[in-house]
Design a protein. Structure first.
Length: 232
């Protein structure tokens, strides 16, 4: 049996949604929480296979919950519920391998298919859960202003966002866009999120442009590696 955790501050909504999904998906157990803090209590006592979360909630919002996931449950996939976005963004997030996002008001049939698809994936290995790239996609989509402290294998960096755009990046003597691109190559990044942008942030670069450049660099490195293997 798989466990789905639904997090939203509308209690009647998540209770009805949970009952509906449990009826439609075989061997599904549903847990619910009204905010991120309650979700942490569920994680402390229950093995969660998939997180379905809203972003705007009191006490602890969905952004903070997703950041916690990167540190404490990095292989748990997540589906984000949001009032923003469109078909192109949905395709892009889904292609990244994250559970993606579903737009409010929810299409129950489409959500059922998405939840079943994610839960059908075999037990995940590295990279299946919420990565830095996927988290930045969500922050850009929601035009979020915040600061991220990032850590990976002893390396530390900071990313500042303003209205979903890259406002600044710093890591180990590198600043600006090059620092952001370097951090996007780090594996298994643990994220801590703080509201507001630091006063030293001076950039205003569209986050999608940075993520696209990072993707192109990754693809090029993969092609070079494959070419070197053929040459050998």
């Amino acid at each position: 049996m798989k466990t789905l955790l639904i997090v939203d501050d509308d209690t009647l909504f998540i209770q009805g949604l949970g009952r509906g999904l449990a009826r439609r998906i075989a061997d599904l157990h549903v847990e619910t929480a009204a905010n991120g803090a309650e979700a942490l209590d569920v994680f402390a006592t229950t093995g969660v296979d998939l997180l379905l979360t809203d972003l705007q909630m009191p006490v602890m919002d969905g952004f903070a919950l997703l950041a916690w996931i990167t540190r404490e449950r990095p292989h748990v996939p997540a589906i984000v519920m949001t009032a923003f976005g469109g078909g192109e963004t949905e395709q892009r997030l889904h292609a990244l391998g994250v559970g993606g996002y579903v737009q409010k008001p929810l299409d129950f049939d489409a959500l059922t298919v998405r939840v079943a698809e994610v839960l059908a994936v075999p037990p995940p290995g590295h990279g299946h859960g919420v990565t830095l790239t996927r988290f930045l996609h969500v922050l850009a989509l929601e035009a979020k202003t915040c600061t991220l402290d990032c850590e990976s294998q002893g390396r530390h960096g900071r990313l500042a966002l303003e209205a979903g755009r890259l406002a600044g990046a710093w890591t180990e003597g590198v600043e600006g866009r090059p620092a952001a691109l370097e951090m996007l190559t780090w594996p298994e990044v643990a994220i801590t999120i703080a509201e507001g942008r630091p006063p030293e942030a001076t950039l205003r670069v569209p986050m999608e442009a940075v993520l696209l450049e990072s993707s192109h660099r990754h693809d090029e490195a993969r092609r070079r590696s494959a070419g070197a293997g053929v040459a050998d």
